[in-house]
Design a protein. Structure first.
Lengths: 372, 400
């Protein structure tokens, strides 16, 4: 039993759970602080809305799918030693490619998705190229390309009259057309899930996202390519010395990461429930991928659960209104991430706690610590 | 020429927050801590100082409203005001004609507003408010910039307190610095929304800032317009802080030690420098500058505080890298960024810029320019870029 608790995966899982509990407690305290009478009511809504009705569960899946994709994108980059803060731009670019395919060229949904992957990959590759060949920090270039991507997309869409809603029987022209009017074949299939759950939101996006999570896990942990990518992340010089082409790998990592975020964009906007609005504001879905990845410790399979968890909380947060601002959810998530930054410390603490009761040879302990 | 003055004035206005925040980032990174939380620190600084200003302004407004009512009075108060004006030698005509209230007297230039207000208050012609409100009103009326200075301090100190969270996680607990920073970036705007709701009531997400914080002056000449079109106390403060930052970083023992901790903390420790203390100092400096920068951004944006600083914290990181982690370079980099941002919004009125008439929403083209130019410059300077060597690596005493 103790051996089980000393495994690294189990340890990091426990420290994540501790962080989550601490975050939720903070949230509860905030609710009491702002409105003590309604606090328990609000907390119950936040915690239980997602499972009390199938319809709400459908909403959880609907939000979780794009979150999972951007989370995978950020997590994949983390695994390869890069910080992809540009998921927002790649998400936008993916959405743009998918919507152009759907509305301008009337393509079916799966082709639109492939286009989105290409769009995201392109926008991810650019910071990779800048990093590999010009030594520009990927964080800065990704921030720049978030904005450039947003403006390019908005500029192009403004100049494609077919794309806009007013071409398809709506009055507004500050957003893209509703897919149901423009090309119903581009809407993601619901596969009967909408009837099963009684939710108009749910579609096969979550299944596709989970499929990609598994694929990313296989690439990272079972293939040579994944090994090389991770090696570059751990130590660029050492992997170069071992004959790995570091430049190629940086670009490849950013490309894959961008492709994942781009796919997320298509899942979100091909759902048929959302229209892309031309605003001078970055897509928040891309940034929300960062907490998703961090909560899942960048492990692709753990990211599935963290995406579901965060989306679950968000659906709960909507149900807390109007008594409480739904931003309380963001505070909780931020607290959880802040706590999980101490993961290493917490794991050491747990390990110490266990060894006090049970003597373990010191050498093996140190080996464990090195691995961690 | 007036257009040029306007553009330069707006450039300075938007360069100030970038300059302050980028200097903050510089201190933090030079001490070895990547401060990606600048965006969040800005939000907290802006939130606290705007709450402070709006609380102060609420007291000001209660008295101000009564004063304005009294100044519109056409009866006894006006008669006494006329006597007072004649008493201090104002050249009032015998027949007052259209002049029928104190407001008219002030508008026609027979009295200054300050004179009229203090006469009203001194003689008890305005009543119906608490003494504390009155004192606050007089203080703001006489020294508005003193209040603004207090707001700047509130912004800086709240930024420092918030940055302690980053310092604690990344220095004491050796946590990943980007993760801690990301959490703080997420926390700040959410906290701001929740707090604003709690204070101002549901759905009121904007904290308005009072207009007496602006420094006014004549705006007819070129330089007058350049300086006073949009002048706030944050601008001179930023310039002072720039000078202080350069001196502290290069000419003091503290600066030398701080830089050493960003390059090779173990070496610094071996000669007796307390690395923890230096890194805390660096992060706290960045908290102060970031907080003030948040306030500077909010006054520059002009429409009150809406729980966000629109990505300026991240932009400031780019400015810092563009400025190669050096104070003077950062100053020019922030001017450069701000100039392009302003040109984007003025593009329609500048005659020599292309208009792109057959393209819809062409303002996006100009909005893109600063980002593209930055990328080009980063590529050109990328090989020379010299980041502090130990930034982002938690200091471990045992490691050599």
């Amino acid at each position: 039993m103790r051996e089980f608790f000393k495994k690294r995966g189990v340890l990091s899982c426990i420290s994540s759970l501790v962080a989550i509990a601490a975050g939720l407690l903070l949230g509860l305290a905030l609710l009491f602080g702002f409105n003590a009478d309604k606090a328990m009511y609000g907390f119950r809504n936040m915690m239980l809305t997602g499972i009390t009705s199938l319809e709400k569960l459908g909403k959880v899946f609907y939000t979780a799918a794009p979150l999972l994709m951007t989370g995978l994108s950020v997590g994949f980059a983390f695994k390869t030693g890069l910080f992809n803060i540009g998921a927002s731009g790649q998400f936008t670019m993916g959405a743009f490619f998918a919507l152009v395919g759907a509305i301008q060229f009337q393509l079916p949904w799966w082709v639109c998705m492939l286009l989105a992957i290409a769009g995201g990959a392109l926008w991810g590759a650019i910071p990779g190229i800048f990093k590999a060949y010009f030594n520009v920090n990927e964080v800065i270039s990704a921030i720049m390309f978030n904005w450039i991507g947003l403006f390019v997309v908005n500029l192009t869409l403004s100049n494609m009259p077919v794309m806009l809603a007013n071409n398809w029987g709506e009055i507004t022209k500050d957003r893209t057309a509703k897919l149901i009017n423009a090309n119903a074949g581009a809407i993601l299939p619901k596969m009967g899930m909408d009837k099963l759950m009684g939710s108009s939101y749910v579609n096969c996006g979550i299944l596709i996202a989970v499929l990609f999570a598994v694929a990313v896990w296989i690439i990272l942990s079972k293939t040579t390519v994944g090994y090389e990518l991770k090696a570059c992340g751990y130590n660029r010089d050492a992997s170069q010395y071992a004959g790995i082409n570091a430049k190629r790998n940086i670009i490849l990592a950013m490309t894959i990461s961008g492709a994942l975020a781009g796919l997320g964009g298509s899942i979100y906007f091909l759902s048929g429930s959302t229209q892309y609005t031309l605003l001078k504001v970055l897509q928040s879905m891309g940034f929300n991928g960062i907490p998703v990845a961090l909560l899942g410790a960048s492990h692709p399979l753990a990211t599935i659960f963290s995406a579901l968890f965060i989306s679950y909380l968000q659906v709960g947060g909507d149900a807390m209104q109007p008594e409480f601002a739904k931003e309380i959810i963001d505070i909780i998530i931020a607290a959880i991430i802040y706590m999980s930054a101490f993961a290493l410390l917490m794991q050491q603490g747990i390990r110490k706690l266990l060894t006090k009761k049970h003597d373990v040879p010191k050498a093996s302990l140190e080996k464990e610590a090195d691995k961690a | 020429m007036i257009l040029l003055a306007d553009i330069l004035s707006a450039t300075i206005l938007f360069a100030v927050p970038l300059l302050l925040v980028a200097l903050g980032g510089m201190f933090s990174e030079r001490s070895g801590v990547i401060n990606i939380a600048l965006e969040g620190i800005m939000v907290v600084g802006a939130l606290m100082s705007c709450l402070f200003l709006s609380a102060v302004n609420a007291r000001y407004d209660t008295v101000n409203g009564l004063v304005n009512t009294a100044m519109r009075d056409r009866g006894e108060i006006f008669q006494r005001m006329v006597e007072y004006a004649r008493g201090i030698g104002a050249d009032l005509p015998q027949e007052l004609g259209k002049i029928s209230s104190t407001t008219h007297l002030v508008n026609q230039g027979f009295l200054t507003r300050a004179q009229a207000v203090s006469y009203l208050l001194d003689n008890g012609l305005v009543t119906g408010f608490a003494d504390a409100d009155m004192r606050m009103f007089r203080l703001i009326n006489d020294y508005p910039q003193l209040m603004m200075l207090a707001a700047v301090m509130v912004a800086g100190i709240s930024g420092m307190v918030y940055s302690l969270l980053l310092a604690f996680a990344s220095i004491h607990l050796k946590a990943d610095q980007t993760i801690g920073g990301t959490a703080l970036n997420m926390l700040a705007p959410a906290f701001a929304v929740v707090l604003t709701w709690a204070i101002q009531g549901q759905g009121n997400t904007t904290i308005l800032i009072p207009n007496w914080i602006r420094i006014t002056g004549e705006t007819d000449s070129f330089f007058g317009r350049l300086i006073f079109k949009s002048c706030y106390l944050t601008t001179p403060i930023a310039l002072c802080l720039l000078a202080v930052a350069a001196v502290v970083l290069y000419k003091t023992r503290l600066g030398l030690r701080l830089r050493a901790c960003g390059e090779h903390p173990q070496a610094a420790a071996s000669v007796g420098v307390n690395v923890y203390k230096m890194r805390y100092t660096g992060v706290l400096f960045s908290g102060f500058l970031g907080g003030v920068g948040g306030l500077a951004f909010t006054v520059a944006a002009g429409s009150g505080f809406q729980s966000s600083v629109a990505g300026y914290g991240f932009l400031a990181l780019a400015v810092m890298i563009f400025g190669n982690w050096k104070p003077l370079n950062i100053f020019f980099a922030s001017l450069f960024f701000a100039l392009f941002k302003v040109i984007g919004s003025y593009a329609g009125t500048i005659s020599f810029l292309p208009k792109f008439e057959n393209i819809a929403s062409s303002d996006y083209i100009y909005l893109m320019v600063p980002y593209i130019v930055t990328m080009i410059v980063l590529v050109l300077t990328g090989k020379k870029s010299r980041a502090p060597k130990a930034e982002g690596i938690p200091y471990d005493k045992g490691q050599r």
